[in-house]
Design a protein around this ligand. Structure first.
Ligand code: URP
Ligand code: ZN
Ligand code: ZN
Length: 460
């Protein structure tokens, strides 16, 4: 079955054109002017036709603090599609002893038959023993070409520097990419213990015990270890200027260091954690939300390619789950619900308000991510031969964020009531309409696991 998206403006990272997009099955058959073709027409007059956004940083059903993040691969990918995201790369966590395979199987099983858009996995290594390091190759064989380590969350997810270095060394051999959560876990633990001993138990103390210095120190250490190992490294959820500057300095030394920020660091601040009646707990994530003075620097870092992409770090918890930390901020499950909001927010505050070009927004939400995570040119671009993962974005389709319009499985929306001038009208995944004018029209299971190719800094 063929489809043709007519009358829209095609926006790729590399340029913009007035063109129709012809889709044959799950693939883009051509971009240009097509007359007299036998195809189902989708009218995109007045709309922008964008490569589906890719979110390389999500946590569906993630175990954390005695509970699981509240979106599974069904609800989470519905929300993704509603927000113009057609592919996620989620984190599988090493939760079983004895290598990586059984953990990957657990995550594969959760996603199988549930997702509405395509998905891949990074493998998060939490115990880099010899068996685990040896198992990294088998992950690549499965199409898992990126790994993740945490320098935070001691005794749960954190690896020590020697383990981190071993992962980097082996990753270099495998031509994969190591992602890293940069915060100094042990030093933060000391600050948390001190705060709790002093009776400081409210959500704001989550942020106060994880200062910017702890993120910047760990970021500097991470990029130095990667430099020493000669391995590329990707720093996740950069929240502040001092941490971003460590990446910028490394890049200027010629290190293959890359970084992302997340929408919450552009649109929220530490003041959100001070909200009364424990509402501040909704904003507890790590690294924490920062002083708003960091935000102009992060916008500029995205603009000038000092940071390469923006993700959501989607890791939602309901109010009831957040209340696990009533009386002890360190027990509040960490994470925010944001997967539906990234593209519309970046359009509104990036493109419409003149901070970023349309092409740069496409690049940082889709194309650069596809390149860094082994999905390009299958995804991240509208061109013949690519998957027909496409968003028809209507700059005049007003949208109000809130639980009424959210597909996320969470009972509040951190952007409740915020009104946007434009939003996705239709989202297609491999040629199939997933989201159409406010509704999800696919059944769970349309989304497939995507094998990703290995990493080369030359391709970025
Ligand atoms: O607070 C966050 N970011 N939760 C998800 C886990 C992580 O550290 O990315
Ligand atoms: Zn993290
Ligand atoms: Zn995360």
């Amino acid at each position: 079955m063929r489809k043709i998206i007519r009358g829209g403006t095609v926006v790729n990272a590399a340029g913009t054109s007035q063109a129709d997009v012809l889709i044959d099955g799950g693939t883009i058959a051509g971009v240009g002017a097509f007359e007299n073709v036998d195809a189902e027409a989708i009218d995109a007059t007045g709309c922008f036709v964008l490569p589906g956004a890719i979110d390389n940083h999500t946590h569906m059903s993630m175990p954390f603090g005695g509970t699981h993040s509240s979106d599974d691969y069904d609800t989470g990918t519905q929300a993704a599609a509603a927000g113009g995201t057609t592919c996620i790369v989620d984190f599988a966590l090493q939760v079983h002893p004895g290598g990586l395979r059984s953990s990957l199987e657990e995550w594969m099983g959760r996603a199988e038959g549930a997702a509405h858009v395509d998905y891949g996995f990074h493998m998060a290594i939490t115990n880099a023993d010899k068996e685990t390091i040896a198992d990294m190759r088998s992950m690549v064989d499965e199409g898992i070409t990126s790994f993740k380590v945490f320098m935070a969350y001691p005794n749960v997810l954190m690896v020590t520097d020697d383990q981190f270095l071993a992962v980097l060394e082996h990753s270099r051999e495998l031509e994969t990419l190591v992602m890293v959560h940069c915060e100094n876990g042990f030093a933060i633990q000391h600050l948390v213990n001190t705060a709790l001993a002093n009776g400081q138990t409210d959500p704001i103390h989550h942020a106060l015990t994880r200062p910017e210095t702890m993120e910047a120190e760990a970021t500097g250490r991470a990029v130095r270890l990667a430099e020493f190992a000669g391995a590329p490294v990707f720093v996740v959820h950069v929240s502040c200027r001092d941490a971003a500057e460590e990446i910028i300095r490394a890049r200027s030394r010629g290190v293959a260091a890359y970084g992302e920020t997340c929408i919450q660091y552009l649109f929220n601040s530490i003041d959100d954690l001070r909200r009364p009646d424990f509402v501040g707990a909704r904003y507890v994530c790590s690294p924490p939300l920062r002083d708003a003075s960091n935000q102009p620097f992060l916008w500029d870092a995205l603009r000038f390619d000092h940071l390469q992409s923006i993700s959501t770090d989607h890791c939602p918890f309901t109010d009831e789950q957040k209340r696990l930390g009533l009386g002890d901020f360190s027990k509040i499950p960490n994470g925010l619900a944001a997967i539906q909001h990234r593209l519309p927010m970046m359009w509104e505050h990036g493109v419409r308000e003149g901070r970023l070009s349309m092409n740069r927004v496409v690049e940082i939400t889709s194309t650069a991510i596809a390149k860094m995570f082994g999905l390009h040119p299958q995804k991240g671009v509208i061109e013949a031969g690519a998957d027909a993962d496409i968003v028809v974005f209507d700059p005049n389709r007003r949208h109000v964020f809130g639980v009424e319009t959210s597909f996320m499985n969470v009972d509040y929306d951190i952007y409740e009531g915020q009104e946007l001038h434009g939003s996705p009208r239709m989202t297609l995944s491999r040629g199939t309409v997933v989201f159409d004018d406010g509704k999800i029209v696919t059944k769970p299971g349309h989304g497939r696991f995507v094998r990703r190719s290995t990493f080369s800094p030359r391709d970025i």
